[in-house]
Design a protein around this ligand. Sequence first.
Ligand SMILES: N[C@@H](CCC(=O)N[C@@H](CS)C(=O)NCC(=O)O)C(=O)O
Length: 80
Amino acid sequence: MQYALYYYDSCPFCQRVLMAMQSLNVNVEKRNVMKNPEFRQQQIDATKRTTVPCLLIKDGDHEEWMFESGDIVRYLKSVA
Ligand SMILES: N[C@@H](CCC(=O)N[C@@H](CS)C(=O)NCC(=O)O)C(=O)O
């Protein structure tokens, strides 16, 4: 399983997820959509949305995109 968090620094909901990630033993790649327009475009292409935080969960060829900071934190805790 591979994880990537689409986020930007000034988003308080993203900070909530980033804070939780610090205390969890899960390897999540951080993809800043403000610093890298390619990441933003990836998210738009896949979800038609620009809302962050957004967690990409990759299982082989299967991709799931999760929105809502509370859901993301709960999910990461469940797999930590
Ligand atoms: N209820 C959501 C709120 C997410 C949210 O409002 N994100 C803002 C940034 S702080 C955003 O991405 N707004 C732009 C958009 O939705 O396109 C959560 O907890 O994740």
